[in-house]
Design a protein around this ligand. Structure first.
Ligand code: 13P
Length: 227
């Protein structure tokens, strides 16, 4: 079955030319569905079939300096938008803000990719993780039709560290999120690379991957999207 693979470029690359070159080097005929999330400033000029934003604001218009709304993303035909990434939560995004962003995206027919995850140590057991995720999910999905939302499970300790969660742990969490919250898909993210991606994709309840650093290396990413 086709899986969904989302590239989160974060604050990379630094020029439009490089962004266009990077997007142009990603296979458009991959086995799996691929979404590229470049920095917002490049969204309108990076040509790729499926594009996503890395964040949005919950108000559609008005006196909100520096923000980008779901309504504006819709005008660019953006199909997906990440919200609640731990790097945004670290700079102040709360579960309530994430919830407001999810609602605004759905009103504008953009699929939210809501990131959840916590933990500064690999030692947390599944039950501890579920307990924390429950809080993020209860508030983040409050009043929302979760069947229209993609949830990305990203343990904070696994992001950009080279230490990924085990596929079995991610599978258990995915099953929990799917059965308890009815999310349309659950993705895994956190130090996914060419060498560890396949066992995640082989799990029945993991719907795909949210890839950071490795999505900037076309020779690796093109192999992941064809696994
Ligand atoms: P890395 O793949 O670089 O660990 O980043 C994961 C991530 O945060 C994707 O959103």
């Amino acid at each position: 079955m086709k899986k969904l693979i989302i590239a989160n470029w974060k604050l990379n690359p630094t020029t439009l030319k490089e962004a266009q070159r990077l997007a142009g080097s990603i296979s458009s005929k991959a086995k799996n569905t691929v979404v590229l999330c470049p920095p917002t400033i490049f969204l309108s000029q990076v040509g790729f079939k499926n594009l996503g934003a890395q964040d949005c604001f919950w108000q559609e218009r008005g006196a909100f300096t520096g923000q980008t709304s779901a309504l504006q993303l819709k005008s660019l035909k953006i199909k997906y938008c990440i919200v609640g990434h731990s790097e945004k939560r670290a700079t102040g995004d709360t579960d309530e803000m994430v919830n407001a962003k999810v609602k605004s995206l759905l009103e504008n027919k953009i699929t939210p990719v809501m990131c959840v995850g916590f933990g500064t140590t690999v030692e947390q057991d599944d039950l501890e993780v579920v307990d924390i995720l429950r809080h993020q999910l209860d508030i983040g999905l409050k009043g929302v039709d979760a069947s229209k939302v993609i949830v990305a499970y990203e343990p904070v300790w696994a992001i950009g560290t080279g230490k990924n969660a085990s596929p079995e742990h991610a599978e258990k969490i995915s099953l929990f999120v799917k059965t308890k919250y009815n999310a349309s898909k659950v993705l895994y993210g956190g130090s996914v690379n060419l060498y560890n991606a396949k066992p995640f994709l082989d799990q029945p309840n993991i719907g795909g991957l949210l890839v950071g650093g490795e999505s900037l290396i076309p020779s690796h990413f093109n192999q992941i999207i064809n696994m």
